[in-house]
Ligand binder design. Structure first.
Ligand SMILES: Cc1cc2nc3c(=O)[nH]c(=O)nc-3n(C[C@H](O)[C@H](O)[C@H](O)COP(=O)(O)OP(=O)(O)OC[C@H]3O[C@@H](n4cnc5c(N)ncnc54)[C@H](O)[C@@H]3O)c2cc1C
Length: 386
């Protein structure tokens, strides 16, 4: 008698980067159905300002994990299995060549997120994509049932890859704890407002034990740019308002500069250190000559340049906007991405309480956790057939 062989059925909830990467890894050995309530990989289009910063050129997995304020330790074993080099290899295999920018961000050579999306979609063209919102997952005699707005479907395993916010109800329904979501990698509203559009280079600040150094952009209601995004990320769990202290110039000998330029106005001299419009704003008595600067004015200026205090009032939106928070990592096995509470249920991508800085780290989290989830499923299938 010839035994009929049924391919295992896998349901993936969410057709974002994480879900589609899972579909790519599983399509040859399983019947894969992706439930996507909008359009698959739509979220990829806006990444990297439309260029898709799909990874970061850090090839040591422990170093790579350091770029994640949430999830660093959890990611060790995940990145040890699938990291930057593996990502690039997979993308190359589907026709996406990449290059590394000076700041180590990796982009497709086409500089087009739309192109990456098209290539990944072409690579999973055999997969069934259902435009349906999944409502919940029910455990059912060793299988899992996905209930959507249009019907219900039975699977051997289900992967939840719903991104920030949208899929928390599905996880909660199955008993998972959700770490309270907060926005990260966003601009911040501050009490002091400076000339909008001014960029200061290599500004330093200290958050806890971490010294950060990057560019900052002043906006109409606060701060934005790489340094502000990092602050928003590291302080994502902090209550507003909180104070940040900026070291704008580093160590400068102001008195020596005054002595060497006695006839210059204070604001013109400071305008050699920082953009002129910003110099006018932070110089007390900016029109006086350097030779007339009192100790009190010098101290005040020094404070503004070396330890400018800003009270951060709230987030201001904009930026990359990832969710800090999500499915509690304590309830997920990092070796397989399987839920510790519900057998055959897997999680990957931003739905988890993992988030990284700007620079390709959040997509890397998707590719790596997706890969490990699919390996977990393969292992699970192997176990149940042997
Ligand atoms: C403006 C912007 C720029 C960014 N740029 C970068 C960048 O250059 N590099 C980088 O590394 N990261 C970047 N990110 C972050 C990155 O885009 C996300 O971390 C990543 O998209 C998360 O992927 P995901 O698949 O986990 O979730 P998502 O991309 O959110 O995808 C989840 C999908 O699931 C669907 N879904 C949710 N719930 C359900 C449901 N119940 N039923 C059916 N479907 C459902 C959603 O419609 C969505 O399509 C950027 C983010 C933003 C907002």
């Amino acid at each position: 008698m010839v035994q009929e062989f049924h391919k295992p059925c896998i349901g993936i909830i969410g057709g974002g980067p994480a879900g589609c990467f899972c579909a790519y890894q599983l399509q040859n050995i399983c019947d894969v159905t992706v439930f996507e309530m909008t359009s698959p990989l739509k979220t990829l289009l806006v990444t990297g300002g439309g260029r898709c910063n799909l990874a970061h050129a850090e090839y040591n997995f422990k170093e790579l994990a350091k770029f994640y304020p949430r999830g660093e330790k959890f990611l060790y074993s995940i990145f040890s299995k699938f990291s930057t080099a593996d990502t690039l290899e997979v993308f190359r295999s589907i026709g996406v060549e990449t290059y590394t920018q000076e700041d180590n961000r990796i982009f497709p050579t086409t500089n087009s997120a739309a192109d990456v999306r098209a290539k990944l979609l072409a690579a999973i063209s055999a997969v069934t994509i259902k435009k349906e919102k999944a409502l919940r997952v029910n455990p059912l005699d060793g299988k899992l049932e996905v209930v959507t707005v249009l019907g219900s479907y039975e699977f051997d395993s289900v992967i939840v890859a719903t991104g920030g916010h949208a899929g928390y109800n599905i996880a909660k329904y199955l008993g998972h704890n959700i770490i309270e979501p907060r926005p990260a990698l966003v601009g911040l509203k501050t009490d002091k407002i400076f000339h909008s559009g001014v960029v200061l280079k290599n500004v330093k600040t200290k958050i806890g034990k971490q010294v950060l150094q990057d560019d900052i952009l002043f906006t109409h209601n606060g701060i934005s740019g790489p340094l502000a995004f990092k602050i928003s990320s590291l302080m994502a769990r902090e209550k507003f308002p909180y104070t940040v202290t900026l070291d704008i110039t580093g160590d400068v000998d102001l008195q020596k500069m005054f002595n060497e330029n006695p006839h210059k106005t204070l604001k013109n001299l400071v305008g050699e250190l920082v953009p002129k419009s910003f110099a006018s704003e932070i110089c007390p008595s900016g029109d006086i000559k350097c030779s007339q600067v009192s100790a009190k004015i010098r101290e005040e200026l020094m404070k503004n340049l070396r330890s400018l205090e800003l009270k951060v009032l709230s987030t201001a939106g904009g930026g990359e906007v990832v969710t800090c928070g999500g499915v509690d990592l304590k309830e997920i096995n990092p070796k397989t991405m399987e839920s510790k509470l519900v057998p055959h249920l897997y999680f990957c991508g931003e739905v988890l309480d993992i988030d990284g800085f700007c620079g390709g780290f959040n997509l890397q989290n998707c590719w790596s956790t997706a890969f490990v989830a699919t390996e977990g499923i393969k292992h699970d299938l192997h176990r149940s057939t042997s």
